[in-house]
Design a protein around this ligand. Sequence first.
Ligand code: SER
Length: 318
Amino acid sequence: MKNILVIGSTGQIGSELTMKLRAEKGGGVTVAGYIPSAPPTGRLLASGPSEEVNVCNAKQIADVVDKYDIDTIYNLAALLSATAERLPLKAWDIQMNGLINILEVAREKHVAVFTPSSIGSFGPSTPHDMTPQDTIQRPTSMYGVTKVATELLSDYYFHKYGVDTRSVRFPGLISYTTPPGGGTTDYAVEVFYSAVKGEEFVCPIAAGTYMDMMYMPDALQAAVNIMTAKPTYLKHRNSFNIASMSFEPETLFAAIRKYIPSLKVRYEVDPVRQAIADSWPDRMDDSCARKEWGWAPTYDLDSMVRDMIANLKKKFQL
Ligand code: SER
């Protein structure tokens, strides 16, 4: 029986992962950890317990772990890349001080920890095409700095203290339930909202900029599968490249126009996001994840686009 705490349960990943864990598990509890400025509502609130858990408050984390006999923490609290450039000290505080609070609780109370890394953990000197699992990681954004440090600190707690830390490097995540905020890859979500509402989309990323992207159901499955993988098969831990599709803005817009031909796009490139995007891989090699724990995505560009449009139309009753 697993008792799980999802920290950041009302964010883009957390809001869906919490529901998936609640639906899938037999017996245990999944606690939705939140901060007061983003409380759970609707089905998330109604479907299980929720508790205020700020990653920067070690006592709050420890108390909830004790109260529910938690054995696994999904640590999803983070500022995304463009926001982290604006608020670097806050990003450090949440991503690093928050992480060490969680790892210390995990060490004392024998809890497994998943803290996502990202394509943002790579930098301009990383090979951009088929970026290997083990390669140069010298990111130039604060987000990336915290993600590399997250990987290292998580591995450190595993090797030094035996804390069961595991993670994946998420690509840009595309979803329709909860919008992301302040990320470099957000354009690939926002364009769908403009497309279904018939509004012009202003794209902050230049044509020709390739980045790895993934549909949320595959990302959620990865988060579940990595934490339930047989530990003896894991040669790596923090963190695995995972990939499913890589595209540049024009490819995505063309895929959407197959179903919504009227989509109008204008480019107004944001230099901060563009610099970040240019420093990230075009396409990651995820063969280690495939080999070590059976990673296999199910959505490609076309099936993702179809599902996004159908669900957003339902959401907005269009
Ligand atoms: N989606 C994130 C961002 O754009 C990267 O992991 O910041």
